[in-house]
Every structure is written in structure tokens, then in C-alpha cells.
Design a protein around this ligand. Structure first.
Ligand code: ADP
Length: 451
């Protein structure tokens, strides 16, 4: 049962029923006690009245009921009366000789008990009195017609209003619970009728205190979704722009080539076409690579224990030829350092950094790739003494499509975004600094090492 409404009602409805039943039982027992006490008093008075009718006839005790008394005893509208008068030694004086005595000895105050006589259930009282110099034992019993009908009346008198109260309480509870939970229903309706494009905030002020944290969380989620959608849109429009430009150039070169009759110029044009094709391929590869690393998460990619030393060596082998060609001294200072990561993505990360370093370091320059362990961290570093990145733009350098004025032709400003994205996937941080001495830049990626 997951409905909040039914959970509340499952407690409230039986609880209210129990309370009302307890109330009814208490009221019933009080009413019954008071009423039967009154009847008992009448029974006791009757016993005293009967004892008044005992006469002593020369020492012989005799019961002579006056007509008035007989009328009371014999002509009761509802109940039969039985009585019995005897001496303490058990000698029968008058009344119904077989009428059973109570288990308890009768007393001056009267002892009440239930019994049966001639097939009828009776309420009886046993009383001891002193009359005409003798001690008398009197038993008076009556049938239960009046008492039973009283019980019925009390039951009806209590049950009917109590049941009406119970029904009314249930209706009120249903109403109260529904009313209390209405803000949730309103919230649900507001969210379910929304268009997927509408990421505006949910009204927080109308929500009750208990629901406000939920609404706040929903709003924060919507805000994050909105931000991510906006950045997706910006990314797509930038990407479209970046692809359109080289394709337009490609088209122009091809049109020109088609009109070319001179073989040498045609070769010139074909070279330009090749350059434009390379640029288009590079830009689309970068865009796809960024999109892929964004979509990836640690569980999808093959993340495993690896040694960054090995990755650095493999990437070094790829770029060493380009470095030599540009007369750059590409050096390595590598320690063995294990982390959890994706070899493929880390290859790409380091490749981007080394490629940039080669691009932005003039001939005769120096690039050093380092892997070192630092307490609980593992640091991957690429340092060059090239043109460097000015302090004013360092904080923007990892933004997508951001290219400072010093950028060379051919790139599209996505390489470092990919580096950052891959670092994020590895829960690593990446930053760029200017070396303390001289020019150039140091890119540092900090991973959590394996203990
Ligand atoms: P791209 O290389 O495609 O332009 P990147 O994101 O890789 O995109 O780099 C963004 C810019 O950062 C480059 O255009 C360049 O201006 C600058 N940059 C990157 N690496 C270096 C470096 N090692 N030295 C100097 N500038 C760099």
C-alpha cells in the first residue's frame, strides 16, 4: 500500500472506531450500573416492606400481606415477584418456600444475587431484619423483563448516536485527508500537464511546509536540466557553425577545380581540397569525440586498473615522429602510478595535450611529459616552453570552442574540452599554469591514486 491517503485512513478509521467503541462501552456500563442500582434499591425496599408485614401471634411468627402489598407484588405490569420469609434457624414463615437462597449469607444491608426459579431467571436480594423481637431472613426476587428492556433501551440510546458520530467522523476524516493531500495532487497535475520544453520553476509558496523541500529539489533539478539544455543547444549551434565553414570552403575549392584547365593549378586546388577535407574530418572527429565522452559514464566504458606510465609511453611513441620533425625535444619523466581508468579515453586525453604542446611550441623547444605519485594522488603533467597561454584567458581555455587570439589555423577549440570531459569521467581535476621560469604552459591532471 503506497498511497499516502490510504495509509493515513488505514490508521485513522480503525482508531476512530476503537475510540468510539470504548466510549460506547464506558457509557453503557455506567448507565447500566446506575439503572440496575435503582431497580435494586426498589427490590431492597420491597424486602423491607415485606418484613413489616410479619406479625407475632403469641410467639408464632406469621406473614400477613396487606392488600396494598399484595397488589404491588402480584400485579406488577411487567415482572413476577417471588418472596420468602424465614427464621434464622431456617424455619419457613411465608412466601415461596422453594425460592433459592443466595450463596452469601443475607445481611442487614441486603445481598444481591442472580438465581432462577420456576424456569425464570431472577434478580434477588437477601435481607436480615429484626421484627417483633425476632430476626427475620427475607428473600425477594423479580424476573428480568424491566431490566432487559432497560438494557435494550440503553443500547439503542447509545449505539444509534455513536454510530451516527462514527459515520460523520469517517466522512470528516476522508474529507480532511483529501483536503490535506490536495497540494500534492495539484503539484502532480502541474508537472504532468507540462510540455517537455517547459523547465520553468514550480510555484513553491503554495506548497505546505512538508512538501516545500521536495518542490525545492524539483526546482533545482529543473534548473540543472535547463542549464544543460542551454549548453547542449549552444554546443549544437557552435558545432554546426564549425562544420559548415570548412564544408563551404570545400565546396568553393571543388567548384574552382572543376573549372580549372591548367594541370598545375588543378593540383594546387586539389591540395586545398585535401586541406579542407582534413579540417572537416578533424572538426567532426573532435565533435563526435566530445559527444561520446559526455555520453559515457564510468560503468559504460571499460574502466580498469592501469599504469599511467604505460599510457604515457604509448602516446609518446605516436607523437615522437612529429616532435622530431619539428625539432622539438620530447622528454619523459615517468614513475609507475596506478589508477582506475579507461585506457582508450586516457590515450585521447594525453594525445590532445601532447599534440597541442607540439603545435604551440616553436622549433628547438622542449616538451616534458611527467607521471608522478604525490601522497594519495597521481599527477599527469605536460609542460612545454612554447608560446604559452596568457593569464587572462587561462580560466576559459577549457571552454568548448574557445580559441584565444594566439590560436593557429586548423583547430576548432574542442581539444581541451575533451581533455576536461575525460578528466571529469575519471573524477580527476585539470588545470593550466604558466611555468615559474620562462615561457610556455603546464597542463596538470590530478587523479586519485590507488592506495
Ligand atoms: P584547438 O587546438 O582545436 O584550437 P584546444 O581546445 O585543444 O582546441 O585548444 C584551445 C586553444 O588553447 C588553442 O587554440 C590554443 O590557442 C590554446 N592552447 C592549447 N594548448 C596550448 C599550449 N600547450 N600552448 C599554448 N596554447 C595552447
Amino acid at each position: 500500500m503506497t498511497s499516502l491517503k490510504w495509509k493515513l485512513l488505514a490508521w485513522l478509521l480503525p482508531a476512530s472506531l476503537l475510540l468510539l467503541l470504548a466510549g460506547a462501552a464506558t457509557a453503557y456500563s455506567i448507565a447500566l450500573h446506575t439503572a440496575s442500582h435503582a431497580y435494586d434499591r426498589v427490590l431492597l425496599d420491597t424486602a423491607a416492606d415485606i418484613s413489616d408485614q410479619v406479625q407475632s401471634d403469641g410467639g408464632v411468627l406469621r406473614l400477613d400481606l396487606s392488600p396494598a402489598m399484595q397488589k404491588i407484588l402480584l400485579n406488577d405490569q411487567y415482572d413476577h415477584f417471588y418472596y420468602r420469609v424465614s427464621a434464622p434457624d431456617g424455619r419457613f414463615i411465608g412466601g415461596y418456600e422453594e425460592l433459592p437462597l443466595g450463596a452469601e449469607m443475607p445481611s442487614m444491608e441486603g445481598v444481591f444475587y442472580e438465581t432462577s426459579y420456576r424456569g425464570e431467571n431472577l434478580r434477588a436480594v437477601g435481607l436480615v431484619t429484626h421484627r417483633v423481637g425476632a430476626e427475620l431472613r427475607i428473600v425477594v426476587a423479580e424476573t428480568l423483563v424491566k431490566r432487559d428492556s432497560l438494557i435494550r433501551e440503553i443500547w439503542l440510546g447509545i449505539l444509534v448516536p455513536e454510530l451516527s458520530i462514527l459515520l460523520l467522523t469517517w466522512v470528516l476524516l476522508l474529507f480532511a485527508v483529501r483536503h490535506g493531500l490536495a497540494p500534492l495532487a495539484i503539484l502532480t497535475r502541474e508537472l504532468s500537464f507540462r510540455s517537455p520544453l517547459d523547465l520553468s520553476k514550480v510555484e513553491e509558496t503554495h506548497a505546505p511546509d512538508e512538501v516545500q523541500p521536495l518542490v525545492r529539489e524539483i526546482n533545482q533539478l529543473l534548473e540543472r536540466l535547463d542549464a544543460s539544455q542551454q549548453s547542449q543547444r549552444a554546443f549544437i549551434s557552435n558545432a554546426a557553425h564549425q562544420i559548415r565553414t570548412p564544408i563551404a570552403a570545400l565546396q568553393a575549392h571543388v567548384e574552382l577545380a572543376l573549372r580549372q584547365t591548367d594541370g598545375e593549378k588543378l593540383t594546387e586546388n586539389l591540395k586545398l581540397i585535401l586541406a579542407a577535407v582534413k579540417r572537416t574530418a578533424h572538426v567532426s572527429n573532435q565533435i563526435l569525440s566530445l559527444a561520446r565522452s559526455e555520453q559515457t559514464n564510468a560503468s559504460m566504458e571499460e574502466f580498469r586498473k592501469l599504469d599511467l606510465h604505460v599510457i604515457a609511453e604509448e602516446v609518446g611513441e605516436i607523437w615522437i615522429a612529429s616532435a622530431i620533425e619539428k625539432e622539438i625535444d620530447l622528454g619523459f619523466e615517468l614513475e609507475h602510478a596506478e589508477i582506475i581508468g579507461s585506457p582508450m579515453l586516457l590515450h585521447e586525453l594525453l594525445s590532445n595535450l601532447v599534440h597541442n604542446a607540439i603545435l604551440y611550441t616553436p622549433s628547438g623547444g622542449r616538451i616534458t611529459v611527467r607521471v608522478r605519485r604525490e601522497a594519495i594522488r597521481v599527477v599527469l603533467e605536460v609542460e612545454d616552453n612554447g608560446i604559452g597561454i596568457s593569464a587572462e584567458v587561462q580560466h576559459r581555455i577549457f571552454e568548448r570552442f574557445f580559441r584565444p587570439e594566439t590560436s593557429l589555423e586548423g583547430g576548432c577549440g574542442l581539444g581541451l574540452s575533451i581533455v576536461k570531459e575525460i578528466a571529469n569521467l575519471h573524477k580527476a581535476t585539470v588545470k593550466v599554469l604558466t611555468p615559474a621560469f620562462g615561457s610556455g604552459s603546464i597542463f596538470t591532471v590530478e587523479f586519485a591514486g590507488l592506495l
